[in-house]
Unconditional design. Structure first.
Length: 264
């Protein structure tokens, strides 16, 4: 299927690794030009080199999305390089710890950081780039959130992800009539380049082996294994394409399915 992304300009935040990098790779493979956004300039440059092998224009724009002025400058750079952004994939956020934090240990400053980065960071990027989409009468915004929006276990993870889903729906209703759809995807535990290190940390915190951790996580996935970042990226690429116009404001789970639960 031709997704119709050739020549489109896509901005992907958190593009230096993990799901963000995987999304950038598949969008470039589909013919989109890319502005890669993340805080780590060195890692971002390496990501841009990798994504550039697909032959489309790729620009690295080191940006801290918690800084409104920095996001504004990023949008200005995108407009200068590409005219305007057609697509925005928001993926710049700290990963969930995967460990339940007791009430007495929940710190206000940790929640502020989660909101500042994942909720307000996503909002800043949408606010900065949506005007160009409005002018063109077409656009796609895809917010990468997480299944903690539907599952208890990480208090702050649930708060931030539910907030992203609520923001998505509000933006979708506002921007939809202007040709801009806004959707949110909820990954579960996703296999990325950092998975071995991450699983070792979580297993140590829980006092179990990595094998026990992996067995427990896999038991909670309907397909019997963890989804990879590339597989999440495939769904994001469809939502970022003209072919996804029938989906707006909705949340799409991309964790391989949760046994026993019905969502309707």
């Amino acid at each position: 299927m031709d997704l119709g992304l050739k020549g489109k300009c896509a901005v992907v935040t958190g593009a230096n690794r993990g799901i963000g990098l995987a999304v950038a790779e598949v969008l470039a493979a589909e013919g989109a030009d890319l502005a890669l956004v993340a805080r780590d300039a060195e890692a971002l440059a390496a990501a841009a080199e990798s994504v550039g092998r697909h032959g489309t224009k790729v620009v690295a724009v080191a940006t801290d999305t918690t800084d409104d002025a920095a996001v504004t400058a990023m949008a200005e750079r995108v407009n200068a390089e590409f005219g305007a952004a057609d697509l925005l994939v928001n993926c710049a956020a700290p990963a969930s710890s995967g460990v339940r934090t007791p009430l007495d240990d929940l710190r206000d400053e940790d929640l502020r950081l989660e909101i500042e980065t994942k909720v307000l960071g996503y909002l800043r990027c949408a606010r900065a780039l949506a005007p160009g989409m409005r002018e063109r009468g077409w656009g796609r915004i895809v917010n990468v959130s997480g299944l903690n929006a539907r599952l208890a276990g990480s208090t702050f993870g649930s708060i931030r992800n539910v907030a992203v889903a609520a923001m998505t729906k509000n933006l979708a209703d506002e921007l939809g009539p202007q040709g801009i759809t806004v959707t949110v995807v909820h990954p579960g535990y996703t296999v990325t380049e950092r998975t071995p290190e991450k699983f070792a940390e979580i297993a140590a915190a829980r006092g179990i082996s990595v094998a026990e951790l992996e067995k427990g996580l896999t038991a909670g996935v309907s397909i019997g294994r963890l989804v990879t970042a590339a597989e999440v990226a495939d769904v994001v690429a469809f939502l970022a394409s003209p072919r996804s116009v029938a989906i707006n404001g909705d949340a799409i789970a991309v964790g391989g399915g949760v046994p026993g639960q019905i969502y309707y």
